[in-house]
Design a protein around this ligand. Structure first.
Ligand SMILES: C[S@@+](CC[C@H](N)C(=O)[O-])C[C@H]1O[C@@H](n2cnc3c(N)ncnc32)[C@H](O)[C@@H]1O
Length: 271
């Protein structure tokens, strides 16, 4: 499928990832490959919350070089990912091929080079998710079209996960003024606005969890040791146990979970 980006944000990503080292993994470095194959706490949290087990069908919008899909594929999930960046996708498939050789296993991810909005894969998915993509779509109408398309690709009763940086953490303004993150602009989500967006796009059983407590501290160029220790201490708690009022502000990321409605008259029993 040809990549024909339908909006400026996607074109910016395509250009950003076509050069430089952003989202590029060295496939000659076995240590780096081993690291990217680990099931992270974030992924374990997504899987706990959705209750999905291998070989469920998962789809990632804006999968980049496979930070999420590689560990999921290794764990036995059937993975499909779409990205506008051909270079990032090639890096994902190259990493997977080298990992497969290292482990003596055949590993596969269906990688689609396209703008997600034009992507019509075959069949529906148990989980459709993105991590750090939709917040870059500043226009509400465009963003909602992409989110609605995520629901389109989920099976009835399936899960949609919308994971974005917390837009209200204490260093947000500084992060922006000092350009401590990507050049592609992003909007500021809160627990409430993320939940509202999922509901307004038809999401059922919507829940939002802040996670990565004090993670924003680590983006500073120099981090005092006590701040690092506070960050690591908080990582010991499962995300579900974080005190809500504190984590809504101090969590660096937010994850919104929703289920796709069943058609009228159908129920979970018909699955
Ligand atoms: C911040 S990166 C996140 C990458 C990946 N989700 C991760 O967590 O490692 C955003 C990704 O979204 C991709 N992207 C942006 N707009 C897209 C679109 N319209 N369709 C598909 N991918 C897109 C970019 O190319 C980039 O790889």
């Amino acid at each position: 499928m040809a990549s024909e980006s339908s909006n400026e944000t996607s074109r910016q990503w395509e250009a950003l990832l076509s050069e430089g080292d952003a989202y590029h993994r060295n496939t000659d470095d076995p240590g780096e490959l081993r690291r990217c194959s680990r099931m992270t706490r974030k992924l374990r949290f997504f899987l706990r919350q959705t209750g999905l087990r291998p070989p469920a069908d998962v789809f990632e919008f804006g999968c980049g070089n496979g930070n999420q899909l590689i560990p999921l594929a290794l764990a036995g999930y059937r993975c499909t990912g779409v990205d506008v960046s051909e270079r990032a996708l090639k890096n994902m498939t190259d990493s997977l091929a080298v990992l497969g050789k290292m482990l003596g296993r055949k590993l596969f991810i269906e990688a689609v080079h396209a703008d997600f909005i034009n992507c019509r894969p075959e069949g529906l998915f148990d989980l459709v998710f993105h991590v750090g993509v939709l917040e870059h779509f500043l226009d509400t109408h465009t963003r909602h079209s992409y989110l609605l398309h995520m629901f389109d690709l989920a099976r009835p009763g399936g899960h949609v996960v919308h994971a974005v940086p917390n837009g209200v953490h204490p260093l947000r303004a500084l992060q922006r003024s000092q350009r401590w993150s990507y050049e592609v602009p992003e909007m500021d989500y809160s627990v409430e606005s993320l939940a509202e967006e999922l509901v307004s796009c038809g999401g059922q059983e919507v829940r939002v969890f802040p996670w990565n407590m004090y993670g924003y501290e680590l983006i500073r160029p120099q981090v005092p040791i006590w701040r690092k220790m506070r960050y690591y201490a908080w990582q010991l708690l499962p995300f579900e146990w974080l005190p809500r009022r504190l984590s809504s502000v101090e969590g660096y990321w937010l994850a919104g979970f929703a289920r796709k409605a069943f058609p009228h008259g159908a129920s979970a029993a018909c699955e």
